[in-house]
Design a protein around this ligand. Structure first.
Ligand code: SAM
Length: 280
């Protein structure tokens, strides 16, 4: 039987526990946790205490510090916000179709390379791949999409490419028919990405606050609704690494409430949260 305490909590959770845990979140993932997330921390992490058979948050902190390899991914998975959708902020996909593809064709780029950094459950990289498969491939322009996230759970869902049908509701019929296979029997309420699209997208676990290297420079980086959780020094370092990873005129696409104002002078704003690298 689970016993509740006077404050309604199954385990004591003090401000000092919260401080220690959010410090670990920051040092490991760059995610800054505001005071307002106190209850959310408790609710999400209490499941880990139960799963591990621990009896206090103090024990959990100790466990986390002594089992970094094994426990940190659970810890981060419990804390990240993974909200996303297909063709979220559709103007960014119009930008790919109307600007990136024509420019690449004009410059005779052999293959477009696009990175979805912080891809969550995959709707973003699959939407990028659909756009490029529809508008670049028929013109002879090949492409590849790299999709990464720190959270191994969402990455597994992204790679599987299987979604409840209600996640497809905003998509037009043609897009659904072309790129999704409806499940049968027990899976009748799901759809999966068709095999012909899978070859274009590669998935990898990657922590954006650690240094990364790409084998070849990129044409476009989508990093939407990710840096919103980072503080200024973390953002500055990451954006500078993005600039290093892009081709001289490459593009960085941010989320609707994110801005590089005061963060980097290596990009200039050229559209709605669309930035272009400047100065090579
Ligand atoms: C709100 S989702 C954004 C998904 C998608 N880009 C979009 O805009 O729809 C934020 C994602 O960033 C990921 N994330 C947070 N911190 C990260 C880090 N340090 N490295 C890599 N990914 C991180 C989270 O796991 C989460 O899946």
């Amino acid at each position: 039987m689970v016993r509740e305490r006077a404050d309604g909590r199954e385990f004591p959770f003090e401000w000092a526990d919260f401080e220690r845990l959010r410090q670990l979140s920051y040092s490991h993932s760059g995610i800054v946790v505001p005071d307002s997330k106190f209850q959310m921390f408790y609710t999400r992490l209490v499941k880990r205490l139960r799963a591990l058979g621990l009896s206090s948050f103090g024990e959990y902190v100790e466990y986390l510090e002594t089992h970094r390899e094994a426990e940190f991914s659970h810890f981060i998975n419990a804390l990240t916000t993974n909200l996303t959708s297909f063709f979220r902020e559709p103007h960014h996909f119009d930008f790919l179709r109307d600007t990136v593809i024509p420019q690449a064709l004009e410059n005779r780029v052999p293959r477009l390379r696009v990175w979805s950094a912080g891809c969550s459950t995959g709707e973003e990289p699959w939407s990028i791949a659909m756009t490029l498969a529809e508008h670049a491939l028929p013109k002879g322009l090949r492409f590849e999409v790299l999709a990464t996230d720190i959270d191994s759970n969402v990455l597994a869902q992204a790679r599987a490419g299987i979604y409840p049908l209600n996640r497809l509701e905003g998509l037009d019929l043609e897009t659904r028919r072309r790129w999704f296979q409806k499940g049968r029997g027990a899976n009748a309420d799901k759809a999966r990405i068709k095999p012909e699209l899978r070859q274009f997208v590669g998935f990898r676990q990657l922590n954006l606050i650690q240094p990364f290297r790409h084998t070849e420079p990129l044409d476009v980086i989508f990093c939407r609704n990710v840096v919103i959780y980072f503080d200024r020094p973390t953002k500055e370092t990451l954006i500078s690494r993005y600039a290093d990873s892009l081709k001289p005129d490459g593009y960085l696409i941010m989320g609707h409430s994110e801005s590089l104002h005061g963060i980097s002078t290596r990009f200039r704003l050229i559209g709605r949260t669309v930035y272009q690298k400047q100065g090579g």
